[in-house]
Design a protein around this ligand. Structure first.
Ligand code: F6R
Length: 367
């Protein structure tokens, strides 16, 4: 059932071209220039008149939510807040019937997310679900929603569910932006064509980086700390990369917005500190170049995820992982794949049980 792969996690990483395609199927119709999502369309007035959108989730799904915030604010121009379900539910949050809440949950069973939704519902918010497991508890209490069609995710560390969540959030942002006139037709058309090309680009990344990342992993088997840095859309991708490593390899890792480095974490950098830096060409590249210079000056070991043909960041880096270029807003989908592989191989070489890491459960049904 692992389809010839050693672990479910690796199988699920490799399934991503298909799972993303499945998530877009029937929704993204590039030839007609439309995004069809009944759950959004049937409630378009709720979204249009929303004071704000509150995204509620935990863990990896919360990271997807952060990227959703960037997407929805950029393209639909609706204010978005992203909340950890556990913090939201215990702080008497301000919620009104003008709010739209989007819940993101792979399992659809996360206790804190469920409780936060009940609270929001009681106070009159409209609840939209992004779940992977069909007919799960969260899917059932929402007013509407879109399933990620990633297929069953067995590995405890979320991989394909995450990229499917990003796909749904992209579709929602572009659909709302097109509908409310913030996203012009030409830009909409070019973005949907880019999104449609993502499965192919992930296929490319899987084949071009698999062996390379495996070799990089060998150099970090005894490492005890990692930093992950990114800016803009790739800041949450850095958080997610760090979480993947922590969960399955038990190496301490932290994700940071690259610009925050000088406000503290830079003190940690020396020749023993590896820093994974996500630096695609589109998206604050020049700023990232100066961050890399700062790290280099302190002898940090740099593992850079860059676009094909990159020179500036690559020349300063100890390890270079090239990914194809895409729109800035979709770059976390592509950049996440080599980071999943990196966490996977470091964990495998450390002899860890990657599919069932210690202390973790696939769905967290306790608070
Ligand atoms: C990370 C991971 C957890 C989950 C979190 C939320 O790899 O698996 O952080 O993302 O427990 O779970 P769901 O999405 O099922 O609500």
């Amino acid at each position: 059932e692992k389809g010839g792969y050693e672990h479910f996690m690796l199988k699920e990483i490799f399934e991503q071209p298909k799972s993303i395609h499945d998530t877009m199927r029937g929704r993204l119709i590039v030839e007609e220039g439309v995004i069809k999502m009944a759950g959004i369309w049937d409630h378009i007035e709720r979204f249009k008149n929303a004071n704000r959108i509150i995204i509620i989730a935990c863990g990896t799904s919360w990271h997807a939510g952060l990227i959703g915030e960037y997407l929805i604010e950029e393209y639909a121009r609706i204010p978005v807040e992203v909340e950890y379900a556990s913090e939201f539910r215990y702080r008497n949050p301000i919620i009104t019937d003008k709010d739209v809440v989007i819940a993101i949950s792979q399992s659809g069973e996360t206790a804190d997310t469920m409780a936060a939704l009940k609270l929001a519902k009681e106070r009159g918010a409209f609840i939209y679900g992004i779940c992977n497991v069909v007919d799960s508890s969260i899917a059932r209490i929402t007013d509407a929603g879109s399933y990620t069609h990633a297929g069953p995710e067995i590995g405890v560390a979320s991989t394909k569910a995450f990229t499917a969540q990003l796909t749904i959030l992209s579709l929602i942002a572009l659909k709302l932006g097109k509908h409310n006139g913030n996203l012009g037709n030409a830009e909409f058309m070019s973005l949907i064509a880019e999104l449609d090309a993502i499965p192919k680009k992930i296929e490319e990344v899987l084949s071009s980086t698999h062996e390379l990342v495996q070799n990089i992993a060998k150099d970090f088997i005894t490492t005890t700390n990692f930093l992950y840095l990114g800016r803009g859309y790739n800041y949450p991708a850095a958080l997610e990369g760090a979480l993947k490593l922590k969960e399955i390899s038990y190496i301490h890792a932290e994700g940071y917005p690259a610009a925050e480095m000088k406000h503290g974490p830079i003190a940690l950098i020396d020749e023993n500190m590896p820093i994974v830096i996500i630096a695609p060409r589109k998206g604050h590249y020049d700023k990232i170049v100066s961050n890399v210079q700062e790290i280099k000056a302190r002898k940090g070991k740099i593992i850079a995820v860059v676009n094909k043909g990159d020179t500036q960041v690559s020349e300063m880096s100890d390890y270079v992982i090239e990914i194809p270029q895409t729109s800035e807003c979709f770059s976390p989908i592509v950049a996440s794949v080599p980071l999943q592989l990196l966490a996977y191989y470091i964990a495998v070489y450390r002899g860890a049980n990657v599919d069932q890491p210690r202390n973790l459960a696939k769905s967290v049904t306790v608070e």
